[in-house]
Ligand binder design. Structure first.
Ligand SMILES: NC(=O)c1ccc[n+]([C@@H]2O[C@H](COP(=O)([O-])OP(=O)(O)OC[C@H]3O[C@@H](n4cnc5c(N)ncnc54)[C@H](OP(=O)(O)O)[C@@H]3O)[C@@H](O)[C@H]2O)c1
Length: 305
C-alpha cells in the first residue's frame, strides 16, 4: 500500500495520521502520478478542521493536500497531451490528496513541468502561485498602480508581490520584521505589520495606494482599507470582508493553460516561490504545523521522492 498522510475525522491536528489508502486508479481524463513534492497550504488544515465542507468534499479518512508535482505512471482513458514518464504538476482530483506517494490529477488541471523548474517549486504553482497570478490579473495591475500586499512574506503574498512588480507596479509589502529581507528582495517597500501599520502606510505611499492584495483579512484588512480610500481590493483570506469594502475574492483558474503560464514565469525567473522549508513525507504533520501557525515564510513543501 502506498503511504499517505491525512485525517480520520474533522478536527484539530490530533486527528492527523498516516493512512494506507488503496492504490489510486486513474479514471477517464485522469493521471496517476508518483508524487515527488506536495505544497503545504492553509487550505489543508482548514479542510481538516471541517470549515471547507461545502467547497472541498472529502470522504473520511481523507488524504491532506491539494497540489503536487511528480511523474506520470498511468494514464486514464480520454487523456491527450500526457504520457507515462512525463514530469507534471497540478491540482489533485476531488477525493484525492497530495501528502502521498501516489495521487490522481485531472489532466485539465495538470501541466508539464518545465525542465528548469524543480519538483518542489512546481508543487507550489497550483495553489499559492496560481492564486497570486489570478489576483494580479483580477486587479488588472499595471505600471500605474501602487499595490499594498497584506501578508507579503507568505506563499501567496510573496508571489503576488513579484507578479505585480513584473507588471511595473510599485509595491508595499506588509510583513513581520523577520520577513523584511524577503519582502525587499521581491522588490517591495517593507511595512512592518502591527497595530499602527495602517497609519504608517499612508506616509509610505505618497501617490496613494490604488490596489490592495489581502492575505490576512478581518480587522487588519479593514484598517488598511480605511487608509487607502478608493483602492481596488481582492482578498482570498476574507472574501466576505472584502465584499463589505467594495472588493471581492478571486475566481481561480485551475487549468493546464494557466498553470503552464505560471510555471513559465518560474522558469524564466520572474517568480521565485521561495521554498524556504522542506519536510519528508514522514514529517508531514510538522510541515502542516508550520503553516497552521499562521506565520510561514515563503512556501513549505513536503518532498516525497
Ligand atoms: N481562495 C483561494 O484560492 C486561496 C488560495 C491560497 C490561499 N488562500 C488564503 O489566503 C491566505 C494566505 O495564504 P498563504 O498561502 O499566503 O498563507 P501563508 O503562506 O501561511 O502566509 C500567511 C502570511 O500572513 C502573514 N500574517 C499573518 N498575520 C498577519 C497580519 N496581521 N498582518 C500582516 N501579515 C500577517 C504571515 O507572516 P508574518 O505575520 O510573520 O509576517 C504569513 O507570512 C490564507 O487565509 C489562505 O487560506 C486562499
Amino acid at each position: 500500500m502506498p503511504l499517505a498522510y491525512g485525517f480520520a475525522e474533522y478536527g484539530g491536528p490530533e486527528t492527523q495520521q498516516f493512512l494506507d489508502p488503496d492504490f489510486p486508479v486513474p479514471g477517464p481524463g485522469q493521471l496517476l502520478v508518483a508524487v515527488h513534492a506536495a505544497g503545504v497550504n492553509p487550505a489543508d488544515w482548514k479542510v481538516r478542521a471541517g470549515t471547507r465542507k461545502d467547497t472541498v468534499p472529502v470522504t473520511l479518512p481523507a488524504v491532506l493536500g491539494r497540489e503536487v508535482s511528480g511523474v506520470v505512471t498511468a494514464v486514464g482513458d480520454r487523456v491527450d497531451g500526457f504520457a507515462i514518464g512525463d514530469a507534471v504538476f497540478g491540482a489533485t482530483a476531488t477525493g484525492f490528496g497530495g501528502y502521498a506517494e501516489y495521487t490522481l490529477l485531472n489532466a485539465h488541471s495538470a501541466a508539464r513541468k518545465p525542465e528548469p523548474v524543480s519538483f518542489a517549486a512546481a508543487a507550489t504553482v497550483p495553489v499559492a502561485l496560481g492564486t497570486a497570478f489570478d489576483i494580479v490579473d483580477a486587479l488588472a495591475i499595471t505600471d500605474e498602480d501602487t499595490v499594498l500586499v497584506i501578508g507579503a512574506g507568505g506563499g501567496v503574498g510573496s508571489a503576488a508581490t513579484q507578479l505585480a512588480r513584473a507588471r511595473g507596479a510599485t509595491v508595499l509589502g506588509v510583513a513581520s520584521a523577520g520577513k523584511r529581507d524577503l519582502v525587499e528582495g521581491n522588490g517591495a517597500t517593507w511595512i512592518e505589520s502591527g497595530d499602527d501599520a495602517a497609519d504608517r502606510v499612508s506616509g509610505a505611499a505618497a501617490s496613494g495606494i490604488t490596489a490592495i492584495v489581502d492575505l490576512v483579512g478581518g480587522a487588519t484588512l479593514r484598517a488598511f482599507a480605511a487608509a487607502a480610500p478608493g483602492a481596488r481590493i481582492v482578498s482570498v483570506a476574507d472574501p466576505a470582508g472584502a465584499a463589505e469594502l467594495g472588493g471581492s475574492g478571486v475566481e481561480r483558474r485551475r487549468t493546464t493553460e494557466v498553470f503552464a503560464a505560471v510555471a513559465a514565469l518560474v522558469a524564466d525567473g520572474t517568480v521565485d516561490p521561495h521554498v524556504e522549508r522542506t519536510f519528508p513525507l514522514r514529517e508531514a504533520g510538522a510541515a502542516l504545523a508550520v503553516v497552521e501557525g499562521g506565520h510561514a515564510r515563503g512556501k513549505v513543501v513536503i518532498t516525497v521522492r
